[in-house]
Design a protein around this ligand. Structure first.
Ligand SMILES: Nc1ncnc2c1ncn2[C@@H]1O[C@H](COP(=O)(O)OP(=O)(O)OP(=O)(O)O)[C@@H](O)[C@H]1O
Ligand SMILES: [Mg+2]
Length: 254
């Protein structure tokens, strides 16, 4: 794609010089220091970096769950900082699918009800929302869990329900914080294939992962270190290194 074409497309996610400071005084932590990032339709970005480098902070800001200390976050060209609470809640629900590191399912609702809830809030009938929820469970390979409650599921099952909830509806931006952490490698790969397919259909996704093998599903890998994003050209080289490393390790496994 030419640079002009690139410039004309509105990124699904655009972070402009974003910083986030947690705490105050002696307890002050610079979780993010001037991060710039664009994620375009169809793009799958993996975020890697050591523990405490700011990966989850980056994701919560991108999803409008937290506010930057400076800089701005735009989702589909809309600056989140300029929205009132109601509008922000609408963007979060309609445009963003979020998979939390600790799933965040509602214990009093079944799997299908958890997944259907955001669609019902969108105004869909309970019946239509359930139909979509069942299709999402099917896509994640767990249709038998529809009427099960979170407390009666394994961690891996809860994680897949949380992913189904993030993918329901026409979400343009999928944010996933270690979405395969509780899954065995076969199930993990299947979930990544679902995320990949969603991006190939035009969504944008950003996923935190510790595993190079999983990052290999992404188009691009960005690295965080002490709240700073590593230079993009460097990350592209690193991405191809990671991909070849992952490919080699798969060969060894066979
Ligand atoms: N609510 C908070 N209050 C104070 N400090 C915080 C808060 N949230 C995060 N931090 C700090 O900000 C930094 C970045 O944290 P973050 O959770 O984004 O890291 P991470 O890369 O996701 O780590 P991990 O791989 O362990 O999940 C850390 O130093 C962390 O201690
Ligand atoms: Mg984290």
């Amino acid at each position: 794609m030419s640079h002009t074409q690139e410039a004309r497309r509105t990124p699904v996610l655009h972070l402009e010089n974003v910083t986030r400071v947690h705490g105050q005084g002696a307890a002050e932590v610079q979780a993010l220091r001037g991060v710039d990032l664009k994620v375009h339709p169809g793009e799958f970005v993996a975020v890697m970096g050591p523990s405490g480098s700011g990966k989850s902070t980056l994701l919560t800001l991108a999803g409008g769950l937290d506010t930057p200390s400076s800089g701005q976050v735009l989702v589909e060209g809309v600056a989140l900082g300029g929205l009132n609470r109601k509008k922000l809640a609408q963007v979060r629900r309609r445009s963003v699918g979020y998979v939390f590191q600790d799933y965040n399912l509602i214990p009093a609702l079944t799997a299908a009800e958890n997944i259907a809830l955001p669609r019902e809030l969108d105004g869909l009938s309970a019946r239509a929302a359930r139909r979509e929820a069942l299709a999402a469970l099917e896509e994640l390979g767990i249709p038998e869990l529809a009427d099960r409650f979170p407390d009666d599921m394994s961690g891996g099952q809860q994680q897949r329900v949380a992913i189904a909830r993030a993918l329901i509806g026409d979400r343009r931006l999928v944010l996933a914080d270690e979405p395969t952490g509780a899954l065995d490698s076969t199930t993990g790969e299947a979930v990544l294939a679902v995320l990949r397919a969603r991006c190939d259909a035009g969504a944008a996704a950003m996923m935190v992962t510790h595993e190079a093998r999983h990052a290999a599903w992404a188009d691009r890998v960005v690295f965080l270190r002490d709240g700073r994003m590593v230079d993009e050209s460097v990350s592209q080289d690193a991405a191809s290194l990671l991909v070849s490393a992952a490919t080699n390790s798969m060969k060894v496994d066979e």
